[in-house]
Each structure stands twice: as structure tokens, then as C-alpha cells.
Ligand binder design. Structure first.
Ligand SMILES: [Zn+2]
Length: 117
């Protein structure tokens, strides 16, 4: 790829980054649980009917892992935020990849110029 093409791609990445909406890292999972109360349907030895679903949001930030429950009515918004964060990560990663390629090309160009002297 030519430096000009890479620069254009980086420009597009920056533009898309400014358009990202609310975001958050993490994964959303669905859990079913037994309350352990004797006689409850969840404790039926033959056909246990567990409670749930409960939505659990897990994420780690600055080296700290957190898990919390999310109300079912919030899961739609949370899923949007998780998707936006994934896009953010993909874009910034690609940005760095392109910058590395660009920097490498500049180094090679400078070396070639020096060799010509
Ligand atoms: Zn129960």
C-alpha cells in the first residue's frame, strides 16, 4: 500500500471514531440459578426449574474485573454499548497497524535517500 492510501484510511478511521455512540467494554451473559430453598421448583431432583434468566455483565478495566447484574429492560442498550466498544477497539487497533506501516515506509524512504548520497 502507498503512504497516501494509508493516510486516507487513517483519516476514515478517525472520522468513524468521532461518530461512535455510548460504549462500554464487557460481555453480557444469561444465567439461570437455583435459590437452594427446599421445596422450590428449582430444587426438584427430577426436573429442576431454575430461576431466570438473569443477565450478567462482566468487564475488566484498568486491571480490575467486575461482574454485575443487569435488568432485562437494559440489555438492549447494553448490547449497543458493547458493540460500539468492539468497533472502537477494532478501529484503534487498525489505526495503530496503519501508523506502524506508515512509519516503516518513512524509515525505508529515508534510508533509500541516504543510500543515494
Ligand atoms: Zn428456587
Amino acid at each position: 500500500m502507498q503512504p497516501r492510501q494509508i493516510e486516507l484510511r487513517i483519516k476514515r478511521i478517525k472520522r468513524e471514531l468521532t461518530k461512535l455512540g455510548p460504549m462500554r467494554p464487557g460481555t453480557l451473559s444469561m444465567q439461570y440459578a437455583a435459590c437452594q430453598k427446599p421445596g422450590c421448583a428449582c430444587m426438584d431432583p427430577v426436573k429442576p426449574k431454575k430461576h431466570g434468566p438473569f443477565y450478567q455483565l462482566s468487564y475488566s478495566h484498568l486491571g480490575k474485573s467486575t461482574t454485575r447484574f443487569v435488568r432485562p429492560s437494559y440489555t438492549g442498550q447494553i448490547k449497543k454499548e458493547l458493540t460500539a466498544y468492539k468497533r472502537f477497539r477494532a478501529l484503534t487497533q487498525e489505526w495503530v497497524t496503519r501508523e506502524l506501516a506508515l512509519s516503516q515506509l518513512r524509515l525505508e524512504l529515508a534510508r533509500r535517500k541516504d543510500d543515494e548520497k
